[in-house]
Design a protein around this ligand. Structure first.
Ligand code: DSN
Length: 444
């Protein structure tokens, strides 16, 4: 079974040593993480493997530059090059998604969402969004998020599970969305989720928003790459504002971005800076530009399609192992697994921990109407974006489902777990995420 730190000796002579110079401790940790990422299965639905070009831009000298403001209107000198970088990122984002305006400065999806609320709402305004335990995000008004202290959130969820494989339920309850909208008169409706495996059509949300005179924000943090790759419908023409992260299916650097109609551009830009953030991370903005360029390539469309095909193969194979797939399947890069039919005693936390031990990395997740709390849960969330980037296909998805089933069935058998860890490592060795950087994963 792989050790926690991994075997970093493979990377002992990597460029990490050169760039980090005397800091052997950090250098070793980076090498250990590179080893962990390449020798274990990365199935966290919000992660991916960026290109070497994205890594290089993220690790560039642009990190040295202060650039508060926007291209052509900065509060510091010396921004001639940075202006070009950020303008390029904005233009590429607009072209990729067909948007009127793009702000590429949000440090994360959460700050992008906060900026939209700040731009469009007054404190105390009502927002209608998906509840966290139904698949929504913390920033969709969770009591644990500052969003719920500033604005008044009302939540919608999914329809109940039916037990009928032909019509499984657990899809967005649009009757509930429409009823709540009529009753609560929200100023903003939020579409989008972080743990929902079905297609989210923007049209019904737009109709409901129009019926009550609300703005519509589409949080595309998860499916942004599927939208860019033409696999999911684009919400850009219908929503007033679209937020997304650049590091999930879009396969760019860790960060956020906002697309909006021209009429909201000034309010959105002011909400990001100076409203919420100071100096933008221009090295990350450069890496976002690289990722937008890569996502415009025809090969990215093929990638996006394979991500979904793989997710469906994984869901089908896991169902064959005795797990229940929430919502009856998947239309995107992720799936939610209900562990209870497989083993009523097994919690999501126990499953996550034992899978981690054999090198299968995923996260526990509440399923709709989960009787267990968020820390233990009855479910797991899995995604295929990263291992699809590494080159895996349907055959490997079936193998992964078998490995998961065997690991959980043998969770108290140390010998079996050791053997399973070796099988996982062998599978990963056949699909290195950075073959072009062999000996220097992470790009140095
Ligand atoms: N934490 C992210 C996810 O894993 O989906 C959302 O912010």
């Amino acid at each position: 079974m792989p050790s926690l730190a991994g075997d970093s000796s493979r990377f002992a002579s990597s460029p990490f040593q050169h760039w980090l110079g005397a800091d052997q401790e950090v250098s070793n940790l980076l090498a250990a993480e590179a080893e962990r990422q390449s020798s274990t299965l990365q199935l966290i639905a919000s992660e991916n493997f960026t290109s070497a070009a994205v890594l290089a831009a993220t690790g560039s000298v642009l990190t040295n530059k202060y650039a508060e403001g926007y291209p052509g209107k900065r509060y510091y000198g010396g921004n001639r090059v940075v202006d070009e970088v950020e303008a390029l990122a904005r233009e590429r984002a607009k072209a990729l998604f067909g948007a009127e305006h793009a702000n590429v400065q949000p440090h994360a999806g959460a700050s992008a969402n906060l900026a939209v609320y700040q731009a469009l709402l007054d404190p105390g305004d009502t927002v209608l969004a998906m509840r966290l335990d139904q698949g929504g995000h913390l920033t969709h008004g969770s009591p644990a998020s500052i969003t719920s202290r500033i604005w008044r959130f009302v939540s919608y969820g999914v329809t109940p599970a039916t037990g009928d494989p032909g019509s499984p339920g657990e899809v967005i309850d649009f009757d509930q969305v429409a009823d709540l909208a009529k009753r609560e008169r929200p100023r903003l409706i939020v579409a989008g989720a972080t743990a929902y495996s079905r297609l989210i059509e923007p049209e019904p949300f737009r109709e409901i928003a129009d019926a009550v005179g609300a703005y519509l924000m589409f949080d595309s943090a998860h499916p942004a790459g599927l939208i860019a790759g033409g696999v999911h419908p684009s919400p850009v023409a219908l929503a007033d504002v679209v937020t997304f992260t650049t590091h999930k299916t879009l396969r760019g650097p860790r960060g956020g971005a906002i697309l909006c109609k021209a009429e909201h551009a000034k309010a959105i830009d002011s909400a990001v800076f100076p409203g919420l953030q100071g100096g933008p991370l221009e090295h990350v903005v450069a890496a976002k530009a690289v990722a937008f360029g890569e996502a415009a390539e025809p090969s990215f469309r093929e990638y996006a399609a394979r991500v979904v095909t793989n997710a469906r193969a994984l869901a089908g194979a896991l169902a064959g192992e005795g797990f229940r797939i929430v919502s009856g399947g998947t239309d995107n890069h992720l799936l939610l697994v209900d562990l209870r039919p497989f083993d009523a005693e097994l919690t999501g936390k126990q499953a996550q921990d034992v899978l981690d031990r054999v090198g299968i990395t995923l996260n526990r997740n509440q399923i709709p109407d989960d009787p267990r709390p968020p820390f233990t849960t009855s479910g797991l969330r899995l995604g295929t974006a990263a291992e699809t980037t590494a080159g895996m296909g349907a055959t490997q998805m079936e193998e992964i489902a078998r490995l998961i089933g065997r690991t959980l069935r043998n969770r108290d058998d140390e010998q079996a777990l050791t053997a399973l860890g070796e099988e996982v490592a062998a599978l990963c060795a056949a699909f290195p995420p950075y073959p072009e950087l062999d000996g220097s994963p992470g790009g140095g």
